[in-house]
Design a protein around this ligand. Structure first.
Ligand code: HSE
Length: 308
């Protein structure tokens, strides 16, 4: 048996990017999960957790396992994998924890297999992890996690992933220590929308994509508006409106709920603004007495990184 071992860092991601529900997302440099994979003589997938989260080790119930099982269906030469996971992205935080596990696992496995699969194949496999986590195959965390930068998922079936320009942007994230399950945050959404709201939303999506391509920061800021999802989901996040208002007063370009929450992210043009925004976030959550973690980071341009 080939006893090669691949170690990867799988980054956190911010899905939706405010107006692009299920179609836009970007990767960040911090936090990230550390994972390693090797071939195993035991048939199937052996998962070893090296963190405190007690996630399932049954591959059918583990998002990384579900992604690897999908890959193995198209790699019949593989008898088994041993996967070690050290999560640093807290599950249920809204910054793509399940996507990092799924994407990290398949990128690492693909490196063991001498890059048998394309990135698009890997997204397809990893989406099985998202299906397990949230009940739906969505790629707005998986695609940026694998490709890096900002990605547009123009279509899921068939997959059509477009890498967008990612200008220099600083990202401040606050993770209030409450858990919002993606499946729950999806189940409360309206299934029908009004045409006038749709018009606003697609104006913002087009504006955001144009702003990214042209590196027009004002246009990016103006387009970070969500009239469909945020008004419903923000009710689940104490302090949300105040964080948004005060972050903008501190000169953030804008931001909103990260994925399905509870994390909130803000984009800024400079590191000093991003740090002021972090301060504002601390103040809001200290005032309401809610434990929280913050990150000041940047857009990750490379996606899952093979370390060794
Ligand atoms: N687009 C998904 C949602 C991302 O908002 O439900 C979940 O992380």
């Amino acid at each position: 048996m080939n006893n090669k071992k691949i170690v990867v860092h799988a980054p956190a991601t911010v899905a939706n990017m405010v107006c692009g529900f299920d179609i836009l997302g970007f990767a960040v440099n911090d936090p990230y999960d550390i994972m390693s994979i090797s071939f195993s003589d035991h048939a199937g997938i052996t998962i070893i957790n090296e963190d405190e989260y007690n996630l399932p080790t049954n591959p059918e119930k583990n998002v990384a396992g579900a992604a690897l099982l999908a890959l193995m269906e198209e790699a019949p030469e593989v008898k088994g994998f041993e996967l070690r996971i050290k999560k640093q992205i807290k599950p249920g935080s809204g910054v793509g924890s399940s996507a990092a596990s799924s994407a990290g696992a398949v990128v690492a496995a693909n490196a063991l297999l001498n890059n048998k699969f394309s990135k698009e194949d890997l997204v397809r496999f990893a989406m099985n992890g998202e299906k397990l986590a949230s009940g739906v195959k969505h790629a707005d965390n998986i695609a940026p996690c694998i490709y890096g930068g900002v990605t547009l998922i123009r279509s899921i079936f068939p997959l059509d992933i477009v890498q967008l320009n990612a200008p220099t942007l600083y990202v401040t994230i606050v993770h209030p220590q409450i858990e919002v399950r993606t499946a729950d945050a999806r189940s409360i959404l309206k299934q029908q929308i009004q045409l006038k709201d749709a018009i606003k939303q697609w104006g913002n999506i087009a504006g955001l994509v144009a702003g990214l391509q042209k590196e027009d920061y004002d246009l990016i800021g103006r387009s970070l508006e969500d009239v469909l999802i945020e008004p419903i989901r923000s009710i689940l996040i104490p302090g949300f409106d105040l964080v948004k208002q005060k972050s903008k007063e501190a000169a953030a370009l804008g931001g909103g709920i990260s994925g399905s929450g509870p994390s909130i992210f803000m984009l800024s043009k400079s590191e000093s603004t991003a740090k002021e925004v972090e301060q504002v976030m601390h103040e809001v959550f200290e005032n309401i007495g809610l434990a929280h973690h913050t990150y000041v980071t940047t857009i990750n341009q490379h996606g899952v990184k093979i370390i060794s």
